[in-house]
Design a protein around this ligand. Structure first.
Ligand SMILES: *Cc1c(COP(=O)(O)O)cnc(C)c1O
Length: 471
């Protein structure tokens, strides 16, 4: 499989190339040159497969030429064999129409594990083949950092330096990072804000003292392999609910548009998806874009759903490319204008193609809490606030008849409620407990280095501790 850039001028690459590269050299994002299609009979034949076997079948066309089927299958068993639930992403029924797809049974209790655990193994496989090493540097305000650390802990050819603003991440989030005591994991607590930590990371990528010695990498949400891994649970859940004979709708709590774009990919591959509901909190650039074509960035307002507090949605560019007729030169122009003015309008073609599959919904704090209360009272389910934003969207589009009553409507449950215990307790009066397998989090030793907020201190520490890029 070859991949092309959404901005049309970077050279095409194979799966190994796009996994290691992340962003394309023209600033665009990689997408497959064409979508692999599964016939109805082929989809039917996937029924009953265990998750790791299904994952290998769904991802096979995307990795063709870079991994053999045996290699891919071994990686999938390795990655998905030790999730906290045998089904990996189990479905839970809420009522006659509504379901939850639990994506939080990985090591850090959020859906990002499903993709990042795979990405870690892919890095290791490709680096081994090339005799190279990779030094990942990143900044986190909470969730992504812990999922990335867990994804690479103990790997031979990857090391990770994760910066977080000292004292500004929750205790659960900090401990999920600092209690990973692997020699290739380095937690750095930086004086200052998340933006300060992020600025240090950006400077390292352009600092010749660093790039001259280290093969730097990132694990941000635009990496193609992450989206590919997320396609699998759309197939897994739809098959359980009767696909391909029955169509299924999904509601997805959305930030960077990665998780919901994976649903779009599944639809392009032939999975009969009735509708994809893009659920946002009050940071609603996507809701405005999909409901009236206005894609304009405002400031970010902090909410009880921090993983969806975004200003722009990086993966949205992939939809604009595909839905707008795959004209890289035109999209490059559109994105340049957006980057200059922080605002743009969708073209008629983009808006029409998007509305054929997507509907959007927005939830404020009160609506989010109400959905969490509904899940608890009507179905006995304790859900996290991100899932609450999604469920609010699902309940409202069902009430409006946008998804007919006979069609199952699945809300993606993106985090375990115990990751956000304060918000859950405020909404439903119940404090969720951590699952047993991470229940000793508060008793584990931590490893973290405190650094003053200046860039030179961060850089010198990384250069001192890094093993570097030699095989
Ligand atoms: C990252 C995240 C999201 C948003 O996912 P995107 O792929 O960025 O749209 C939603 N919920 C939780 C809990 C997350 O960690």
């Amino acid at each position: 499989m070859q991949y092309v850039s959404t901005r049309g001028s970077a050279p095409a690459r194979d799966f190994e190339g796009v996994t290691l590269a992340g962003l394309a050299s023209d600033g665009g994002l990689y997408v497959p040159a064409e979508w692999p299609r599964f016939t109805q009979a082929e989809i039917r034949a996937l029924r009953g497969l265990a998750y790791p076997d299904l994952a290998a079948r769904i991802m096979a066309p995307f990795v063709a030429g870079s991994l053999t089927e045996e290699e891919l299958l071994a990686i999938c068993h390795n990655v998905y064999g030790d999730f906290g639930h045998a089904a990996v992403t189990p479905l839970v029924q809420l009522d006659a129409q509504h379901w939850l797809l639990e994506l939080f049974h990985g090591p850090t209790l959020a859906f990002k594990d499903v993709a990042l655990q795979l990405l870690g193994r892919l890095f290791e496989t490709f680096l081994e083949r090339r005799g190279e090493r990779l030094t990942i540097v990143g900044a986190t305000s909470g969730d992504t950092g812990s999922a990335a650390i867990q994804a690479v802990a103990g790997l031979e050819r990857v090391e990770i330096f994760m910066l977080h603003p000292k004292g500004r991440v929750s205790e659960v989030q900090r401990r999920q990072m600092t209690t990973v005591l692997s020699p290739n994991v380095h937690n750095l607590a930086i004086d200052g804000s998340f933006d300060d930590a992020q600025a240090h990371v950006k400077l390292m990528f352009t600092d010749p003292q660093v790039t001259g010695r280290l093969n730097l990498g990132a694990v941000n949400s635009i990496n193609w392999a992450r989206l590919m891994a997320q396609v699998v649970y759309y197939f897994a859940s739809a098959l359980q609910l009767g696909a391909p004979e029955r169509t299924v709708a999904y509601c997805v709590p959305t930030g960077n548009f990665g998780d919901v774009f994976a649903g779009y990919i599944a639809a392009r591959m032939g999975l009969p998806i009735e509708r994809l509901i893009v659920a946002t909190n009050i940071n609603d650039i996507l809701h405005r874009a999909l409901s009236c074509g206005d894609y304009s960035a405002g400031g970010v307002t902090p909410t009880i759903t921090p993983s969806m507090d975004i200003q722009v949605s990086s993966n949205f560019e992939r939809l604009l490319f595909d839905a707008g007729g795959r004209d890289g030169a035109a999209l490059a122009e559109q994105m340049r204008a957006f980057e200059a003015t922080k605002a743009m309008r969708l073209t008629e073609a983009q808006a029409q193609a998007a509305s054929a599959l997507f509907t959007s919904a927005r939830a404020d704090q009160v609506e989010t809490a109400r959905a969490m209360q509904w899940a608890y009272r009507a179905a006995g389910q304790v859900i996290d606030p991100h899932t609450g934003v999604g469920l609010h969207g699902a309940l409202s589009v069902a009430a409006a008849g946008i998804v007919p009553a006979g069609i199952p409507l699945v809300t993606l449950a993106t985090a375990h409620p115990a990751k956000f215990p304060d918000a859950v307790e405020r909404a439903i009066g119940v404090r969720p407990a951590l699952p047993a397998r991470v229940g000793d989090l508060f008793g584990r030793a931590e490893s973290v280095t405190h650094l003053a907020g200046d860039y030179a201190a961060t850089r010198d520490h990384v250069l001192d501790k890094a093993v570097g890029s030699q095989g």
